[in-house]
Design a protein around this ligand. Structure first.
Ligand SMILES: [Zn+2]
Length: 165
């Protein structure tokens, strides 16, 4: 058995993987201070409810998100929207994309103690034996794979161009 290399905490040098990481997110014509705020705002049935999220840090946005009236299709579209926001985040911040690509093939999971076994994996005594579904980790890894392909294709095309010149 070889060693399994994994990133199990989105803190410290890996804080940029967290939805709480402060970075401008422009989504649906509005500007947010972090991905979490954009994601929570996207839940709102009434677009007018999105405005307060624009000036909120991630923790405040998460709290407010618990009390908004959800758009009726939220359960169906929340993962596609999260994937879209991850794409917006990393394509609009090249330094973050570089960091993401630098994680190579490492398994990504936001292990936590706040009982989130949906987007991440809670490791508290009560949840320890529940496998986290880790949807955020999977979205990040899939996006990372796609970006690596884009990068490789671009490099290959450059090589071809150089070869034919
Ligand atoms: Zn737990």
């Amino acid at each position: 058995m070889g060693t399994t290399y994994e990133i199990r905490s989105f803190r410290g040098v890996f804080a940029f993987l967290s939805n709480f990481f402060p970075c401008t997110i422009i989504y649906d014509g509005q500007t947010y201070l972090n991905l979490e705020a954009a994601f929570q705002a996207a839940k709102c049935a009434d677009p007018a409810d999105r405005a307060p999220f624009q000036s909120m840090d991630a923790a405040a946005a998460k709290r407010l998100g618990r009390s908004v009236t959800l758009r009726p299709d939220w359960e169906l579209i929340k993962l596609p929207i999260l994937a879209e926001l991850v794409s917006v985040k990393f394509t609009s911040h090249p330094a973050l994309l570089k960091n993401l690509l630098a994680t190579g093939d490492l398994y990504l999971s936001e292990d936590n103690t706040w009982h989130d076994n949906y987007y991440g994996n809670c490791v508290c005594p009560r949840c320890r034996n529940i496998p986290g579904q880790n949807y955020l980790g999977h979205i990040l890894m899939r996006f990372r794979d796609q970006q690596r392909l884009v990068l490789n294709n671009r490099q290959e095309n450059n090589h071809i161009k150089e070869a034919v010149q």
